[in-house]
Design a protein around this ligand. Structure first.
Ligand code: SF4
Length: 381
């Protein structure tokens, strides 16, 4: 069982914090869709088509810029090439593109999970982010999900914004909870150096909030969402029981996936399960449109079991489930060094990691500083 990721590299405008690969020249959307169709068709009769496809994720960029004809092109190419038996088909939507008619149209293609880029309901925060939508459009889009009876969805929020007080964040969370969402992805604002925000921070024009403020934001989120019956099942993801994202969970579980479109990654185990390959399409829209699809792939990276074990450990320790030590040993032939075991014991004592006989996981406190703990743990390998 494998997944498919499709990257739609177009946006109406550049959000100030975003470092994903996208262009704003929407006149290239149709030539891009034609190239995407070719890329998908180029996998016909390849060994990848032996695997059943259990999840599809259309991300970007802004997939909701695609019209019905373009979605038809994409889904019919996928159907021609792959054995599609998906449990989950997700599409990212920006609130300013959403109407009940658009939701019904994507439903007809089998999209059953919407990922709505709300980010905030506050006008000044949305402006600071340079988002294309406003508060009313976010509310309208969430209402449309309800009135059309869309099967399931997730909404994105961003916290830790400069100037965002706890009470502003609380208003955002409570406003979102009015819709009783099955899933919420909540990200702490990251300052990426090459973005407009990154440059403003470098120039000293914007002062990002400190660690204590971000930690308070994260605690507020946790408390309010837990009160609403949502469980933090990964550092940035909360869901009602049974509504966890399958496609993303498969990434963390090292399941195979293929990525289509400029900048998309793919990951595939060899038949023996002793190494895996990772490759990426170049982030080059013009090259993607003009060249043979396979020409835009970068070199394969072959990952050995030890590298895969460390990666799996990093991904799994960011989840509520944590990692099974038996899995690490049997699937990855991995065990911790004495030095690492000493570090883990120290962290158990500090209350950031917990361990049962066969499972290691982060506590709530640990999840808040998981990136730091993981680097520390792996550097002792
Ligand atoms: S809409 Fe999404 S992908 Fe596009 S610029 Fe904004 S954050 Fe980035």
């Amino acid at each position: 069982m494998s997944g498919i990721y499709i990257h739609i590299p177009f946006c109406k405008q550049a959000c100030s914090y975003c470092d994903f690969y996208f262009k704003t020249r929407q006149q290239l959307l149709q030539p891009f869709t034609d190239a995407l169709e070719n890329e998908i068709l180029s996998f016909q009769n390849s060994s990848f088509t032996r695997s059943q496809i259990s999840t599809i994720y259309i991300g970007g960029g802004t997939p909701s810029l695609l019209n019905e004809r373009q979605l038809e092109q994409i889904f019919s190419a996928l159907n021609k090439v792959f054995r599609l038996e998906p449990d989950e088909v997700t599409m990212e939507l920006n609130p300013d593109d959403v109407t009940p008619g658009y939701l019904k149209m994507i439903r007809n293609f089998g999209v059953g999970r919407a990922s709505m880029g709300v980010q905030s309901f506050q006008g000044e925060i949305l402006e600071f982010m340079h988002r294309a939508h406003n508060r009313n459009e976010a509310l309208f889009a969430l209402e449309a999900l309800q009135t059309t009876g869309f099967p399931t969805y997730t909404a994105d929020l961003i916290y830790g914004n400069p100037g965002q007080t706890l009470s502003m964040l609380e208003q955002d969370i409570r406003q979102l909870l009015v819709f009783d969402p099955p899933h919420i992805s909540a990200y702490s604002l990251t300052i990426e150096p090459k973005t407009r925000l990154g440059k403003q921070v470098q120039l000293g024009r914007i002062d990002p909030p400190g660690d204590v403020t971000v930690s308070e934001h994260s605690d507020l989120l946790y408390d309010l969402l837990e009160e609403a019956g949502m469980i933090q099942y990964e550092v940035s993801n909360y869901a009602k029981p049974g509504k966890e994202a399958v496609h993303n969970s498969n990434y963390w579980n090292h399941k195979n996936y293929l990525g289509f479109g400029p900048s998309a990654h793919s990951f595939w185990w060899d038949d023996e399960g002793t190494t895996a390959k990772r490759w990426q399409n170049r982030a080059d829209l013009t090259g993607y449109i003009e060249n043979e699809p396979k020409k835009i792939q970068t070199e394969n990276e072959i990952l050995d079991l030890h590298t895969l074990a460390e990666e799996r450990l990093m991904l799994a320790l960011r989840t509520k489930e944590g990692i099974s030590l038996e899995e690490l040993e049997q699937r990855y032939d991995f065990s911790f060094t004495e030095n690492q075991l000493g570090y883990i014991s120290g962290q158990i004592h500090k209350g950031t990691i917990s361990r049962t006989k066969n499972r290691l996981k982060m506590t709530r406190q640990g999840l808040k500083i998981s990136d730091f703990l993981l680097v520390d743990l792996l550097s002792r390998g």
